[in-house]
Design a protein around this ligand. Sequence first.
Ligand SMILES: NC(=O)c1ccc[n+]([C@@H]2O[C@H](COP(=O)([O-])OP(=O)(O)OC[C@H]3O[C@@H](n4cnc5c(N)ncnc54)[C@H](OP(=O)(O)O)[C@@H]3O)[C@@H](O)[C@H]2O)c1
Length: 319
Amino acid sequence: MNLAELAFVPNSLHKLPYKGRDTRGPGELDEVSEKNKSEKNKSEQNKPAQWNLAGQVALVSGASQGIGRAVAQKMVRAGAEVVLLSRNSSALEELAKELAKELAHGSGGPALFSPRVFAQDLSDLEGLEQGLEALISELGKPIGIYVANSGGPPSGPLTEAPAEHFEQALRSHVLAPQLIVQKLLPGMRAQGWGRVINVISTSVKTPLPNLGVSNTIRAAVASWAKTLAGELGVYGITVNNVLPGYTATERLSSLMQAAAQRQGLTTEQVEQQWKKNVPMGRFAEPEEVAEAVVFLASQASGYINGINLPVDGGRTACL
Ligand SMILES: NC(=O)c1ccc[n+]([C@@H]2O[C@H](COP(=O)([O-])OP(=O)(O)OC[C@H]3O[C@@H](n4cnc5c(N)ncnc54)[C@H](OP(=O)(O)O)[C@@H]3O)[C@@H](O)[C@H]2O)c1
């Protein structure tokens, strides 16, 4: 048994007794209060272990750059065996090599595992299905964590959006995750534990101007996720959404360029305008969004299910 297997026993997780419930008689309480204190201290000390993903396999889509890349990096560092999915195979190979080197360096010997590359266009559902079946049978163990992430739909006024933009986004953001969940579900159910985390947008709370296709599709994803959370909780599987605010990635740069063109401004002027919308006065780093994803993937988030978690520096102006 390797270290990773020792550190994580997913089968038993959702069956653990609820530790906050006290079933002891009144006379017993004083006697054990000191013991409780020291147990609480111990559990505080154990916090990092609760964030540990060792022994789990995670499929991260949209992993070649931006938020997905940062998620993949953080999950590898948290001990998960990660499968990297996106279209650009050479970028994924490069990242896999980088991470394998980091793992080997960290262990002082050969890496226990190397990240796998799954080069696939999410909008090609037939190819995705075949690729997933091959991946699952090659792995020979369940994929317990699925991070559903992809590129955002094109921006612009909704009245000008062609049907193809909706169709493409529906395939990549709704139909592909639906297919992936269906394929991963038997494994998650068998191990009695699973995590589905969707990287969507704060537009599920307040639709954003000039992102009509995105607003429409994100609402569908949020509704899909909430329904799924209701269906899967009983198996120890949680489904949650992370809602990034402005995050410094290629996507944000291209949105700023498009906004600058529409408004006759420079990209720097748009950047300054947008930063003023954020109480924290800055954009997020992809790693800051990834941290929330790793938390939702970990044991530490055990009873959190069906939520939308904004990581937006306080920008979203609603409760
Ligand atoms: N950045 C922000 O400010 C921000 C804010 C709110 C919401 N979001 C949302 O968060 C998500 C991630 O954002 P990001 O900024 O990290 O985006 P990004 O930098 O554009 O990265 C998108 C990732 O998705 C992959 N991808 C795109 N289309 C794909 C497809 N059809 N099949 C498979 N992989 C595909 C890309 O890789 P390949 O090219 O290799 O396929 C890339 O790895 C997006 O949905 C975005 O709209 C971002």
